[in-house]
Design a protein around this ligand. Structure first.
Ligand code: FES
Length: 571
């Protein structure tokens, strides 16, 4: 076996090597430092990231696998982000989590790493870190929770929160029934059980080749999760022996496979921002347009909430991601590798669909063309995205009068106002929610509908925002508008009463205002007053350096790889 990176700390008879070994012994045998690989377990378990609390148990299985294969496992708690708790939005901290993990992997005697994530931002931040530090890395997705039920009906964690709360706002569901559903929403350990962002990013990790094939989507309480974690620990030792690093494994073809998977599963729009950010760390030339170009013509094969009916437990039972990918095998890059050292396509031969109600065959898709659509126009010069699979077909071509909200607070203040001048054809515009303006690009783009319209039976309207949308949400929502209003984007110049034209087939998003008039307008003072102006700390760094959504919303100085070399000693 080649000399390990960790030998820079542990090998030799000098004082520094003595110090490094002695402080680590604490019961570890001497042979733990004889040159065998040290595998970090970058562990996002946290009581304040409830979707990831079970990862300490998963880490124990990884450890067993690492020991068994001749390595030495090291639990490394890293920054974790609980999507439902962290304010102002977990996305503000994704890059910080990635940067901290990257730095700790580089700073420590680590030869390879197992990445334990689950809740929305955790797998993206771990993959961004691993890509930059470029140590052999493999993901263990924490897995979705089991299906809960309420009043005899399955509950889609996340998606049904939006549905039930809209029913309360429409006067169709008593508030006490809504509250009663609370204890049924989270049936077990694990992350959200819809095809939301966490499930999507687990599938993206697998499609990229960074998990053991077939592992993503294994429910968190399923004993096969621990079995897979054990196998992943073993594999991590092999990755180090083979020198299988992210830079050697991940290619443009890997991202092609991820984009095809994203379309076929009807995955979260958040994956667009995360995949762009991960590719940016690898210097892989991935653009927003690639999502539209590569995803075009890919059928929607998975009938899962929020676009469909079923939940992740059903998805796993029906065959999981490999069964989906087998249906679109001809579209996949044949050479893109996985952590096994073999191409992804070689792992599809035995995949089968066990329930065609959940995973459709290619010749009977839920929708023919399910990719993310990328829109341009005078409202989005650098692009905006929409997920047609989650939208109302009748609204994909629409002209409507804008009702503009200058901030999330403005929207909360006015959306329930019975005198709000809005009708079912109106286009709701929410701005000031981009990466820089909020800051952090929160999941607010699926803004709630006015109660007056809900009571008339309206369940969807065109909504436009420079922020993101929860992967569990649905509706005709145009989001990630770039440049954002706080970066001088024209979204900041639109006024209530302007007419907005959405044409998804033509990939256009425009406001029907002459160019000269639009450019002569000044941004509203109320909107500008709401933009973030942090003076210190992470927020300051973030606002000064964050890139637009169309570039992955990473920090400009974190693009590219940094490698794992450390040139100076601590003593
Ligand atoms: Fe953690 Fe949904 S809140 S995955």
């Amino acid at each position: 076996m080649p000399e390990q990176r960790s030998a820079q700390w542990y090998a030799g008879t000098d004082r520094n090597a003595y110090i490094h070994r002695a402080w680590m012994r604490r019961g570890l045998p001497a042979h733990a430092f004889d040159g065998r690989p040290h595998i970090a377990i970058a562990n996002t378990a946290s009581d304040l990231a409830p979707c990831n609390t079970h990862l300490n148990e998963v880490a124990e299985s990884v450890k067993q696998g690492v020991w068994e294969a001749g390595g030495v496992p090291m639990n490394l708690p890293v920054v974790s982000l609980g999507e439902t708790l962290v304010k102002p939005t977990a996305m503000l901290w994704r890059n910080m989590a990635a940067m901290a993990t990257e730095e700790m992997l580089r700073a420590n005697p680590v030869d390879g790493v197992v990445l334990l994530g689950g809740c929305d931002k955790t797998i993206p931040s771990l993959l961004m870190a691993a890509a930059s530090v470029d140590l052999p890395a493999v993901v263990v997705p924490g897995g979705p929770m089991l299906t809960g039920t309420f009043r005899g009906q399955p509950l889609g964690c996340g998606t049904d929160v939006w549905k039930l709360s809209e029913q309360v706002r429409a006067g169709e569901l008593p508030e006490r029934a809504f509250i009663a559903s609370e204890s049924s929403m989270i049936r077990s350990r694990g992350h959200c059980n819809t095809m939301g962002t966490a499930s999507t990013m687990a599938c993206m990790a697998e499609a990229l080749g960074t998990t053991i094939p077939g592992f993503a989507g294994t429910p968190a309480p399923d004993s096969r999760l621990l079995e897979g974690a054990h196998a992943t620990g073993r594999l991590a030792v092999e990755l180090v022996a083979e020198g299988r690093r992210p830079s050697a494994m991940l290619s443009a073809g890997s991202f092609r496979n991820a984009i095809i998977a994203l379309a076929a599963i009807g995955g979260s729009t958040n994956a667009v921002v995360h995949l762009l950010a991960i590719a940016g760390r690898l210097d892989i030339d991935l653009s927003l347009d690639d999502f539209d170009r590569i995803g075009a013509g890919v059928p929607l094969l998975v009938d899962l909430q929020p676009a469909g009916r079923h939940l992740m437990e059903d998805f796993h039972r029906a065959g999981g991601l490999l069964a989906v990918l087998r249906e679109v095998r001809d579209l996949l890059d044949p050479d893109a590798l996985t952590v096994t050292g073999r191409p992804l396509v070689e792992h599809l031969a035995d995949a089968e669909i066990w329930d065609t109600d959940v995973i459709r065959r290619r010749d009977a898709p839920l929708q023919e063309d399910a990719g993310i659509a990328v829109l341009y126009g005078n409202l989005a010069p650098q692009g905006a995205v929409i997920k047609p699979a989650a939208a109302s077909p009748s609204l994909l071509r629409h002209r409507g009068r804008a009702v503009v909200f200058d901030s999330i607070e403005d929207m909360h203040h006015r959306i329930d106002d019975p005198d709000l001048d809005v009708d079912p054809d109106s286009v709701l515009v929410l701005r000031g929610c981009g990466p820089r303006g909020y800051p952090g690009m929160p999941e607010v783009a699926n803004l709630p509908l006015p109660p007056r319209l809900l009571r008339r039976g309206v369940r969807d309207m065109v909504r436009i925002c420079d922020g993101r949308m929860s992967g569990t949400a649905y509706g005709t929502v145009v989001l990630h508008v770039a440049p954002e209003a706080a970066a001088g984007g024209p979204l900041g110049l639109i006024e209530t009463g302007d007419y907005v034209i959405l044409d998804v087939a033509a990939r256009r998003l425009d406001v029907d205002v002459p160019a000269a008039e639009l450019s002569s307008r000044q941004p509203s003072a109320a909107m500008v007053a709401g933009f973030a102006t942090p003076r210190r700390g992470w927020e300051r760094l973030y606002v000064d350096h964050v890139l637009q959504a169309s570039q992955g919303a990473d920090l400009d100085f974190l693009l590219g790889a940094s490698g794992s070399a450390v040139t100076r000693d601590s003593h």
